[in-house]
Design a protein around this ligand. Structure first.
Ligand SMILES: [Zn+2]
Length: 378
């Protein structure tokens, strides 16, 4: 591959805790000190280079941290529509990322991470997930012929479990919170490779294509505001990374304000911003299972993104999520609860606006993944 990315000496894995550096193509997913790794990448992006490139996330390959010889593990990651929807009288554009091959935005990250692991000839991986990331990693592992083990909470949606098992991944059901599930996966990962959607930086670099697509669809301009859900924060941080790279490359002139959305009953980011509030963190009773994460490992990076962009965190109640879900279904938008939580957050944000803002948000997961009946109001 013709890429200027690899001509410098700066490209490497770097520990978030002790700054130890590793070769970008070393088979390592955690620093010896226990810190998670980030990627230090020299990116210089020019939209002119996209001419004649495929209409998929691979058109941005030049800015992905992949070895030039890595062959894409692809299930057909098309560019997703940026759909205008009226929210309380204001037009908000939503990326339709539920249209990805496994039905969620996670495929952006899995396609890039599994391509990297396939290049490294990693034979087996482990991941923990509420369902969407698990299904996505399982699908791309299946495509690459990599053995895959997914740890899920026993509360995971039946449709998601079925999807994971149909990709021939091994499912390990764990009784307890997402943190307990993560700890179980982590233990097994010590002997294999942790293909984590929040721990692994290759996954987050795949997610950054969200921002590249948004800006390209807006003729290389950034919106004023981005509103995205936060569970472990992979979409939030990936999108932020994409906008940062585009600004550093001189393609856009500003980074949008980043507003996060969390369920009221599981809002660790809100709690970190408002330490004296009475929000409970362990009560993961939200139907928005995709964002039910009480202890996101990258919390400091999420808080930095919010503070650096002048953003904020919005919480939404269970009744509000459920009402929004039913409302959107009745309008023809078949989304899952975590997306309804996001739309509910966008609605609350729009209702307090005093002037026009260009706002971008995202549908994150398909409604077909949520087969349970809705719980009664509480
Ligand atoms: Zn370290």
């Amino acid at each position: 591959m013709d890429s200027a990315l690899f001509s410098g000496v700066m490209n490497c894995l770097i520990c978030s805790k002790c700054n130890r550096k590793y070769d970008l193509f070393e088979s390592v997913w955690m620093c010896i000190c226990g810190g998670f790794l980030d990627i230090q990448l020299r990116v210089s992006f020019d939209p002119e280079t996209l001419k004649n490139k495929p209409f998929s996330l691979w058109r941005y390959r030049e800015v992905l941290p992949l070895h030039p010889d890595a062959i894409p593990v692809s299930l057909g990651e098309t560019l997703t529509p940026l759909l205008p929807i009226d929210i309380s009288g204001q037009t908000v554009h939503f990326k339709q990322d539920q249209l990805f091959p496994t039905g969620s935005f996670k495929d952006r990250g899995s396609a890039v991470l599994i391509t990297h692991l396939n290049y490294l000839k990693i034979p087996s991986v482990v991941e923990d997930s509420s369902g969407n990331a698990g299904a996505s990693i399982a699908a791309y592992s299946a495509k690459a012929g990599i053995k895959c083990e997914i740890f899920v909470p026993d509360s995971a949606s039946e449709a998601k479990l079925l999807q994971i098992s149909r990709y021939n991944a091994i499912i390990r059901t764990v009784n307890g919170s997402r943190k307990t599930v993560a700890e179980a996966a982590f233990k097994i990962a010590e002997k294999t490779y942790f293909a984590s959607h929040y721990y692994n930086p290759f996954f987050i670099h795949g997610i950054k294509t969200w921002a590249y697509e948004v800006c390209e669809q807006r003729r290389w301009s950034a919106p004023d505001t981005v509103i995205l859900p936060i569970g472990n924060g992979s979409l939030f941080l990936g999108a932020f990374l994409g906008f940062q790279e585009l600004k550093a490359s001189g393609v856009i002139s500003k980074i949008p304000k980043f507003i996060g959305v969390q369920a009221k009953c599981c809002a660790p980011i809100y709690k970190a911003i408002h330490p004296f509030c009475s929000v409970k963190l362990n009560d993961c009773q939200t139907i928005a299972e995709g964002i039910a994460v009480s202890d996101p490992p990258r919390i400091q990076q999420i808080l930095s993104c919010i503070s650096e962009t002048g953003g904020d965190l919005i919480t939404v109640s269970e009744n509000c999520i459920k009402k929004t879900l039913q409302e959107k279904w009745s309008e023809g938008y078949y989304v899952e609860p975590a997306t309804a939580a996001t739309i509910a957050g966008v609605t609350l944000y729009v209702q307090q606006l005093t002037n026009d803002e260009q706002i971008i948000s995202s549908f994150t997961g398909h409604g077909l993944k949520y087969s349970k009946p809705l719980p009664n109001s509480h």
